[in-house]
Design a protein. Structure first.
Length: 500
């Protein structure tokens, strides 16, 4: 299925005017491909239009290199297009400056870490800065062959380790796949070709069986009078590379090399179709995933099931609504605009509005940026900001969602709720069953902390904690209790009667 795009290219005087200014500013400049430089900002404009971005973002995309590479100033842009566009162009310029201070991403020296965090904070005021940078990176990758081999590999490696994960965090699925595959082709060309040929052969051999399955499913859904769109999806080369690494290079253990996607109008039909598929084929145990009821960290929603057909073929199905599919393809770019307006309004009022769980990291960025603007100190070492860390979402018995890093334990959960709860833990129930404090929490667990007023923290708990947040709270309480005990002992010694 082609990418879903509700927004057609925006026609406006402001955009045409931005193009003329960019052409004049970049006049006489050429890319490594030999083309006039203006080809690049126009390509970025087209990508942003395909993603359905707003007019200000598109104009900023056209002008994103002017302040850094031409005589045009930020004041010139502000005068011609207003503060919002100038702010976005300034953000992209600062981001490029911060990146220039970064060394090899493998080494991550202290200075590199600070620059990288500052880069992320610079994006906190307006996430559109990052979206413009992703569009810029995508076009640069598409024309990477014009650069020398050493630069090709460096840019491709950085993209795999930074920009592709960021695209995934924004749930921009199509972008993530293209960035990763284009980069992998330069990072490890031999492996890329090997896996691409493997996928091509597999798809060729599976084509007839997939056509038969599509026919069977279509007939069953039409019989139920369900409106639907059915299409196939082939696993990307880089995704296959990562999956093979997890399965000891055994391709026989990978069941989602190809998948059939069924897109419908409403959620009710999603679950109805899941039942129809399971009535036709045998579902594989442990391979049914409800990402509609429990979305992925980045907001992705869909039903997944893997089945065995009567001909013993293994097929994965993905079932979702049109709205879910658009978000799976374009991610935050599909819906961020109104969220961004809300966020901006609320931050001006000094108010933080509750956001969906998958947008909480944006809130943290904006809060940090606000503190920096106010001249307040921000300790980068303590900044709880990690866009690439695996997180899990667990629930309280009342259904409140608590996000924790992968590897978190019950005491981490308890201290995330409140210090008073963490300090008085006597036990834990996970999914209704008694468990122990060494049990790692998993995605979707329902966690109930049992407490007692008579309980006090123990030093041994330090080995049952994973997060710095919980460790800090526990250490603080242990130190407090130790000082209190010492004062009590000293007080008793003073009150002890002297012998006559």
């Amino acid at each position: 299925m082609a990418p879903v795009t509700k927004n057609h290219p925006i026609k406006s005087y402001r955009i045409d005017h931005a193009i003329e200014i960019a052409k004049k500013a970049h006049d006489g400049q050429f890319r490594k491909t030999g083309e006039p430089y203006i080809v690049h900002p126009l390509a970025v404009k087209k990508i942003l239009e395909e993603w359905g971005m707003d007019e200000d973002t598109i104009i900023a995309g056209i002008l994103h290199d002017t302040v850094e590479d031409t005589p045009l100033t930020l004041d010139d842009i502000r005068k011609e297009f207003g503060e919002p566009v100038a702010f976005l162009v300034d953000g992209v310029t600062k981001l490029s400056t911060a990146r220039n201070g970064m060394r090899d991403i493998d080494t991550y020296l202290p200075a590199t870490k600070d620059n990288f965090l500052r880069l992320m904070i610079a994006l906190g005021d307006d996430i559109r800065v990052l979206i413009i940078k992703l569009a810029d990176r995508l076009h640069n990758l598409r024309t990477l062959s014009a650069l020398p081999p050493d630069k090709q590999k460096k840019i491709a490696k950085e993209t795999l380790e930074v920009f592709a994960p960021l695209a995934d965090r924004l749930n921009m699925g199509l972008l993530r796949v293209e960035l990763a595959d284009l980069s992998f082709k330069y990072v490890n060309p031999r492996r890329y070709e090997e896996l691409k040929n493997l996928l091509d052969k597999y798809c060729e051999s599976a084509e007839k069986s997939l056509q038969k399955i599509e026919h069977e499913i279509s007939a069953a859904l039409k019989k139920e009078k369900i409106d639907f769109e059915l299409s196939g999806r082939v696993k990307s080369v880089y995704s296959l590379h990562k999956k093979l690494a997890k399965h000891n290079q055994n391709i026989g253990e990978i069941y989602d090399l190809t998948a059939l996607r069924i897109i419908v109008d409403d959620i009710t039909d999603c679950y109805l179709i899941l039942g129809i598929i399971h009535s036709l084929y045998t579902p594989m145990s442990g391979r049914i995933k409800d990402y509609i009821a429990m979305p992925k960290q980045n907001g992705y929603q869909s039903l997944h099931t893997t089945v065995i057909t009567k001909d013993k073929h293994i097929v994965e199905f993905q079932i979702r609504t049109k709205e879910m599919h658009e978000y799976a393809e374009r991610g935050l770019a599909a819906s961020f605009y109104y969220n961004e307006q809300k966020l901006t309004e609320n931050y001006k009022k000094g108010k933080i509005e509750h956001l969906p769980t998958n947008l909480l990291w944006i809130t943290e960025l904006q809060m940090t940026a606000a503190r920096l603007r106010e001249g307040k100190k921000v300790d980068l070492k303590k900044l709880k900001l990690n866009l690439f860390a695996d997180k899990i979402f667990v629930y309280t018995p009342k259904g409140d969602i608590i996000d924790l890093p992968n590897g978190a334990l019950p005491l981490d959960f308890a201290y995330k709720l409140h210090s008073e709860i963490g300090d008085h833990v006597v036990g834990v129930k996970i999914n209704g069953k008694m468990s122990n404090l060494n049990k790692k929490l998993e995605q979707g667990d329902i966690v109930e902390i049992l407490t007692s007023k008579n309980q006090t923290p123990k030093t041994s708990w330090l080995s049952k904690i994973f997060t710095p947040h919980a460790r800090q709270k526990l250490t603080r309480r242990l130190n407090h209790d130790a000082k209190k005990a010492q004062k009590t002992t000293e007080s008793k010694k003073k009150r002890k009667p002297r012998k006559k």
